[in-house]
Design a protein around this ligand. Sequence first.
Ligand SMILES: [Zn+2]
Length: 322
Amino acid sequence: MTAVAAIAALALALLPACAERADPESSPDASIRVVATTGMIADAARAIAGDRAEVRALMGPGTDPHLYTPTRTDMQRVLNADIVLYNGLLLEGKMGDALDRARTAERRVVAVAEKIDPEHHLHPEELEGEPDPHLWMDPVVWRLVVEAVRDVLIEADPDGADLYLANASAYLAEIDALHEYASRVLALVPEEKRVLVTAHDAFGYFGERYGYRVMGVQGISTASEAGVRDVERLVAEVVDRGVPAVFAETSVPDRNIRAIIEGARARGHAVALGGELFSDAMGERGTYRGTYIGMIDHNVTTIARALGADIPASGMAGRLDD
Ligand SMILES: [Zn+2]
């Protein structure tokens, strides 16, 4: 143990023990402990590692990663983990200190979205050269991140390589099926209606992959508030294009989206609330929407139906009815 790690361990020993109660997520047989920031990354790690790792997501359903500040318990989990997986590309705006401390304590800390070939990153004007962090919105790009998660697990635990490879290939096949479904149903929306208006700009990769124009009231991060002008600009777009529906997000307050609906109505255009999308967080743990596949299936099905595609509400494999 290095001096730094010893200090970190000592600091942990001094923390009150009350945080460590019996924990339904802990798996006693697991040989490695993985902590992931977002649910989407944790879902990949769980699918690939199975019982071989105990995987935790720091950010639960409805949590906004741009604004999320780690708790003391998170800090403890990060420092106790063998592997810490985070998205990177500045998604976790307030996790910098926690990740630095984990690195100092010689944990294996990996920004998974930064492990893929940068040619897959989108560079929206707003970010002035920085890449858009919302990679999970395009299953074709996200599968590369899943491969990166698999490779980190193999590197950390080579004895589990066969299991990780087999599980990853099954999970990647599900992601491929998801992409096929998304391509098919999103193409059923009339071309002029392929406009996605949401609370913040999380859907750039989605738009790029499936040929949708995407517009968020807030920018790529939720850290800066939208102004009256942002709302007015979008109201004008919605009215001019005759957009039939706009969408709220589970991890962002819906007041701006409601303001657009009201603004459009005041100008004589009725626009519906098309539903609530999962942008930066998945649904409840233990439900279909609480998985990456379920999250994207829900989004794709909700968007396609609200914008005019005649497809079943039950989604890709009938599971959205659960
Ligand atoms: Zn976001």
